[in-house]
Ligand binder design. Structure first.
Ligand code: S3P
Length: 183
């Protein structure tokens, strides 16, 4: 791959619900002066309803199909910063297209930090609703198995300042771009 092609790759953020993909993605996009796209937001715009309503009225299957369609489409572009929903990497085709055409950042949050966020995110996350804390913890670790085997760069998150994390990601990216240029 040419140097410019590496520099121009989309950047994709993956990780569990509430890890901070959208917040960090927006900050990184601003720092790099690139467009930011949140896949969940695109799906909400398409169906003109919030995600819990999409799950309730149209169903998770249709949501997952739309999620795949949007991500595959965006992977044809360059220079985008993309946040994908926490369930997106369960689909092999999504993993493959992102890993082959984008730089994938895994936002890895520890359970102890994540569990404090549950109450603020549960209302907008149908996947978490109606589950006990034990079931959610099980889902958390099950998902972690998928994320941890499918990324290019990992950022560990506990309770750091989001702007500092975004800065760290930008530094990490700049280094990787430079390394590719000297190859
Ligand atoms: C989901 C995560 C959500 C959203 C949907 C399903 C999941 O996105 O796509 O509620 O299955 O993990 P966030 O990870 O941005 O919360």
């Amino acid at each position: 791959m040419s140097n410019s092609a590496w520099r121009e790759k989309n950047i994709v953020f993956i990780g569990f619900m509430g890890a901070g993909k959208t917040t960090i993605g927006k900050l990184v996009a601003k720092k790099l002066d690139r467009d930011f796209i949140d896949i969940d937001e695109e799906i909400e715009k398409e169906y003109k309803m919030p995600i819990p309503q999409i799950f309730a009225e149209i169903g998770e299957k249709a949501f997952r199909a739309k999620e795949k369609e949007f991500i595959q489409h965006l992977c044809d572009y360059k220079l985008k910063i993309i946040s994908v929903g926490g369930g997106a990497f369960l689909q092999e085709e999504i993993r493959n297209v992102c890993l082959s055409s984008c730089i994938v950042f895994y936002l890895d949050i520890v359970w102890d930090a994540w569990k404090n966020r549950l109450s603020s995110i549960v209302d907008s996350r149908p996947v978490l609703q109606g589950k006990s804390m034990e079931e959610i913890e099980e889902l958390f670790y099950k998902r972690q198995e998928i994320y941890k085997n499918n990324f290019h760069s990992k950022i560990e998150i506990s309770n750091q300042d989001m702007d500092e994390l975004a800065e760290c990601i930008v530094e990490n990216l700049k280094l990787s771009w430079e390394l590719h240029e000297t190859k």
